[in-house]
Design a protein around this ligand. Structure first.
Ligand code: IPE
Ligand code: IPE
Ligand code: MG
Length: 252
């Protein structure tokens, strides 16, 4: 979506929660290894953390929560780990969808849907369909998601529009490209959190992160909880976002 107007920034000192928090849930494997447990146990505990953090984000007033659940590159992991992850996703949707719906959560999926196994495809569509008219918190699940792939498919759509005469090449701008991203009707993330100590994006929301604030925490994902989310939001509030302009003091 478009860049926020600097004039819409909240007054300094007024701590309105970030509208959109996106989380790279990393470190399940290391959490398990540190305890002598199989990686799959880390993923299982990761789902429990996710359940709590979705609830916590709602309580803290976060309108949009995006979670990076499986990257386009994660297919390169061993087959048994992929099987574990798919099993957990299916269980999460089956067990938690009714509750999410009851809590007025709208579920959205971003990522490449073509070529997914039919059962996974059906579950993801069911989650979106059931919750599409909910007006509470939006939970955006990035599944089989890769930002470069997302941008490339948007470029392809624009090229097709130009080829068919619907669009002039000279009319292409950032807004036209953004209108073809999976996130077209979702505001850009204000805050991106990555757990596990890694400080990289790993192909997550590259376009949408243009003016996001980043908080990297050493905690492995299964240990991330409401207090950790609150701490990341507190850190976010200490940042001065300028969107290319000047801060209030320099402007005066
Ligand atoms: C995050 O934990 C879950 C997914 C990427 C699906 P990891 O599985 O990446 O855990 P580490 O990074 O190996 O510890
Ligand atoms: C990013 O974590 C993907 C998800 C959290 C789903 P990875 O563990 O796959 O990232 P890299 O490989 O360390 O960059
Ligand atoms: Mg990892």
């Amino acid at each position: 979506m478009s860049m926020p107007d600097a004039a819409q920034k909240p007054e300094a000192g007024v701590a309105t929660p970030p509208v959109h928090v996106a989380i790279i849930m990393d470190g399940n494997g290391r959490w398990a290894a540190a305890r002598g447990l199989p990686r799959r146990e880390g993923h299982r505990r990761g789902v429990e953390a996710l359940r709590n953090v979705v609830k916590a984000a709602g309580e803290l007033g976060v309108r949009y929560l995006t979670i990076y659940s499986f990257s386009a590159e994660n297919w390169s992991r061993p087959a048994d780990e992929i099987e574990d992850l798919m099993g957990l996703l299916k269980r999460f949707v089956r067990n938690d969808l009714a509750d999410l719906h009851k809590n007025d959560v709208r579920v959205r999926i971003i990522g490449e849907r073509a070529n997914l196994k039919p059962d996974i495809h059906a579950l993801l569509s069911e989650a979106e369909e059931l919750t599409k008219n909910n007006s509470g918190q939006t939970l955006v699940v990035a599944f089989n998601y890769g930002a470069q792939q997302e941008i490339a498919q948007a470029a392809k759509k624009l090229a097709e529009e130009v080829a068919s005469g619907k669009l002039a090449a000279a009319e292409i701008d950032a807004a036209k490209l953004a209108a073809h991203l999976h996130t077209k009707d979702i505001p850009d993330p204000d805050l991106i959190i990555r757990t596990s100590g890694e400080q990289r994006l790993s192909n997550f929301l590259l376009w949408q992160a243009a003016y996001a604030e980043f908080v990297f925490v050493p905690t492995h994902w299964p240990d991330f909880d409401k207090a950790a989310l609150q701490a990341a939001i507190d850190e976010f509030h200490k940042r001065e976002r300028r969107f290319g302009g000047l801060d209030a003091k320099a402007r005066a």
